[in-house]
Design a protein around this ligand. Structure first.
Ligand code: FAD
Length: 320
């Protein structure tokens, strides 16, 4: 029996979720008493193999098809890998790409699909947990099938770090070009010229507590002093004060920086879903009962308009 995980890469780099899938996949494979296989499709597959060879992976399947993500190539390749390996579980990233092809694959293979999985338990039957109603409740499902497809939420499992001894196999896929449906013509970053908050090591994140757009330069000065990147909760984006690609949370981006500084953010479940994987969380909020303090490592219960200028000065910046 096999658990098959599919790695994700972008612009020549494997994404962290690939190594989280190794951890989740190994956990499930141990429950099922099975092997763990990881497939990497397209890009610099040979280069990726070395990185993916982490403890817990039994076999790495390389598929030399395409440079960047293409829905049709992924869907067809995974269906063919599934036919060949007959895995119990297919583990995919709950990412923009993963959510693009996972439903198509599940439908084509006539398998049940559970998205945005945050916990896995047992083997007979496997129990799969996901959040519901905007994160207000957690629901655990009995899969009730011997084969299934799961998309795994990024930053829920630790990344597998130790080196492994996986066997590497080349998988020859037979792509039906006529059925691809999409052609990749080029690659353009969303919000070209702007930053990718998922790559930032330090995020200074603002919420409704900043009150007015005119106060953003104050926070930018702190970000400059800390060499950090600016992100936000949803109301800031809804107000049009920052672009959507700066939004952290359930309907924004999942971030895992070394340091996340939440300024005037209450810590609603939909926000926390996007940043709870940060290594160190600092909260600045006047309300000592704000939920953000439940997950913060450090907190400053005070008015941000007092605290931020003091921090800028402390870190050698210029208060605007
Ligand atoms: P508030 O909840 O209004 O909090 C403002 C905080 O600032 C308060 O805690 C207050 O005490 C503090 N404050 C006020 N003045 C000061 C001051 N002078 N100094 C210090 N602190 C001060 N939200 C997201 O962020 N990301 C998402 O992706 C997201 N997706 C959602 C998806 C759905 C389906 C739904 C229903 C909601 C979603 N939300 C999301 C919205 C979410 O529910 C909250 O409304 C939002 O996160 C609140 O943002 P906030 O913390 O900035 O504002």
């Amino acid at each position: 029996m096999t658990v098959l995980a599919v790695a994700e890469h972008r612009r020549g780099d494997l994404r962290d979720v690939s190594f989280e899938l190794v951890t989740a996949g190994r956990e499930l494979a141990d429950e099922l008493g099975s092997d763990l296989a990881v497939a990497v499709i397209g890009g610099d597959v040979e280069g990726f193999v070395e990185e993916l060879n982490r403890e817990g992976v039994d076999t790495i399947y390389t598929v030399a098809e395409g440079e960047e993500f293409n829905h049709g190539i992924y869907a067809q390749t995974i269906e063919q890998l599934h036919a060949e390996l007959d895995p119990a579980a297919l583990l995919l990233p709950n990412s923009v790409n993963g959510l693009d092809y996972a439903p198509a694959v599940a439908e084509q293979l006539d398998l049940p699909l559970v998205t945005d999985v945050i916990a896995l338990e047992g083997s007979d039957p496997v129990e799969v947990t996901r959040e519901q109603y905007g994160g207000k409740v957690e629901i655990t499902y009995d899969i009730g099938a011997e084969q299934y497809v799961l998309t795994v939420r990024p930053a829920e499992w630790p990344t597998a770090t130790a080196g492994g001894e996986a066997t590497v196999e080349t998988f020859e896929t037979d792509i039906d070009e006529g059925a691809l449906g999409t052609t990749v013509k080029g690659f353009e970053e969303v919000g070209a010229g702007d930053v990718d908050i998922t790559e930032a090591e330090v995020l200074v994140s603002i919420g409704r507590g900043i009150e007015e757009e005119e106060n953003i330069p104050l926070i930018e000065a702190l970000a400059d002093a800390l060499d950090a990147t600016l992100s936000s909760s949803r109301p800031i984006v809804d107000n049009g004060w920052l672009p959507q690609n700066r939004q952290v949370g359930q309907s924004g981006k999942v971030v895992t920086p070394d340091v996340y500084i939440a300024i005037g953010i209450s810590g609603a479940v939909q926000h926390v879903a996007g940043m709870k994987g940060s290594d160190t969380i600092v909260a600045i909020n006047t309300d000592p009962n704000a939920p953000i303090y439940d997950i913060a490592d450090y907190g400053i219960v005070d008015d941000l308009f007092e605290v931020i200028p003091a921090l800028i000065e402390e870190f050698g910046g210029d208060v605007p």
